[in-house]
Design a protein around this ligand. Structure first.
Ligand SMILES: Cc1ncc(C[n+]2csc(CCOP(=O)(O)OP(=O)(O)O)c2C)c(N)n1
Ligand code: SF4
Length: 292
C-alpha cells in the first residue's frame, strides 16, 4: 500500500544476517529491500512468510511483519493472511526444498488458486540448512551427502510447473544481478495475483557446481533478446528446450483475472482499502449456515 513518505533500504534492516559470506541470499535480501522501497511500501504494510531453511531465515533479516512457519507450509499461512486482510502485501520467501519438495502440493494449488501473493524461491539446488543434500532442482549427476555417486534423479523446473498450473506471472532472477532481481520482485509485487520469482541464489558452501561464475556462463537474459513474455505456450517451450537458463520475465498474462480474494469481496472491482473487511461483510455466516 503506497504511503505518504518515503523510506530507505536501511529502514528495512533487521538482525544481522548469519548466512555464510557470499551466500546468494544476501543479494536477494538486498533486492527485496530495494524493491519495497521503490514501491513506497512500509514495514507495517508487508507480511513476509517463510518456511524452514537458510533462505527462510530472511524473516529475521528483513524488517516487516513476518512469520517463520514450518517446513513446506508458508503458502497456506500466507493465503490465510491475505484472505483475512487483503490490504496487506504478502510475500512468501522460501528455498527450493521448502517450495518444490515438501511444499510442492501447496505450491501447485497456490498457483492455480491465484491469491495475490508474491512467492520468491531462493533456488540454490541443495538443502543448505541441513548440510547439502540434493534438492528437486539439483542437476542430474550432482554429488552430495545423499548422492555420493551423483543424483540419478532429473530436476524439476518451478517456473515450468507454475506455467502448467495456470500461473499468470512467472519470472526468474539471479541473486548476482541486483538490478534485474529488483525489477523482477517489483513487477511481481505489482502483479494483481499470484506471482512467482524463482531466484537463482548460489549456495557457496554446499554447491560447488552451480556457482556465480557458472550461472553467468549458463544463463541468458531475456531482456536482451526482445523476448515477448505474453505467450504461455512459447514460455513453456522456452523453459523446456533452452540450453541456457532463461532469466527475466518469462510470462505475464496481459489481462489477468481477478485474484481469489478479490472474487470473495462484495465489490471485487474496488481496492480492498475502501471496503469493509469485517467478518460480517464476507458473509461467513451464510457459508456456515449451509453446513447446518
Ligand atoms: C517436516 C520437516 N522435514 C524436514 C526438515 C529438515 N529440513 C529443514 S530445512 C530443510 C531443507 C531446506 O532446503 P531449502 O528449502 O532448499 O532451503 P535452503 O536451506 O537451501 O535455503 C530440511 C529438509 C524439517 N525441518 N521439517
Ligand atoms: S549453507 Fe548455503 S544456503 Fe545456507 S547460508 Fe551457507 S551458503 Fe547460504
Amino acid at each position: 500500500m503506497a504511503t505518504e513518505y518515503a523510506l530507505t533500504v536501511q529502514d528495512f534492516n533487521a538482525h544481522t544476517e548469519t548466512w555464510c559470506p557470499g551466500c546468494g541470499d544476501f543479494g536477494l535480501n538486498g533486492a527485496l529491500k530495494r524493491a519495497v522501497v521503490n514501491l513506497k511500501l512500509q514495514p507495517k504494510d508487508i507480511v513476509l512468510v517463510t518456511g524452514i531453511g537458510c533462505s527462510s531465515k530472511i524473516t529475521d533479516y528483513f524488517r516487516s511483519y513476518g512469520i517463520h512457519t514450518v517446513h513446506g507450509r508458508p503458502l497456506p499461512v500466507a493465503t490465510a493472511i491475505k484472505l483475512a486482510n487483503p490490504r496487506l502485501t504478502v510475500i512468501v520467501a522460501t528455498g527450493d526444498g521448502d517450495a518444490y519438495a515438501i511444499g510442492m502440493g501447496h505450491f501447485i494449488h497456490a498457483v492455480r488458486r491465484n491469491v495475490d501473493i508474491t512467492m520468491i524461491v531462493m533456488n540454490n539446488q541443495v538443502y543448505g540448512l541441513t548440510k547439502g543434500q540434493y534438492s528437486p532442482t539439483a542437476e542430474f549427476g550432482f554429488s552430495s551427502a545423499t548422492a555420493p555417486q551423483g543424483s540419478q534423479e532429473h530436476p524439476i523446473d518451478g517456473c515450468a510447473l507454475a506455467l502448467t498450473a495456470g500461473g499468470r506471472f512467472v519470472a526468474r532472477s539471479f541473486s548476482g544481478d541486483m538490478k534485474d532481481t529488483v525489477a523482477a520482485i517489483e513487477a511481481a509485487i505489482r502483479h494483481p495475483g499470484f506471482a512467482l520469482v524463482d531466484d537463482l541464489s548460489p549456495c557457496v558452501t554446499f554447491n560447488k557446481v552451480n556457482t556465480y561464475a557458472w550461472f553467468r556462463q549458463n544463463m541468458r537474459k531475456l531482456s536482451e533478446e526482445g523476448y515477448d513474455p505474453g505467450d504461455r505456450a512459447k514460455a513453456i517451450e522456452l523453459l523446456m528446450t533452452s540450453e541456457k537458463i532463461p532469466v527475466g520475465l518469462i510470462y505475464q498474462e496481459k489481462a489477468p483475472p481477478k485474484s481469489y480474494e478479490r472474487l470473495l469481496l462484495k465489490r471485487p472491482d474496488e481496492p480492498p482499502v475502501f471496503q469493509d473487511l469485517s467478518p460480517e461483510a464476507w458473509d461467513y455466516s451464510k457459508i456456515m449456515d449451509e453446513f447446518e
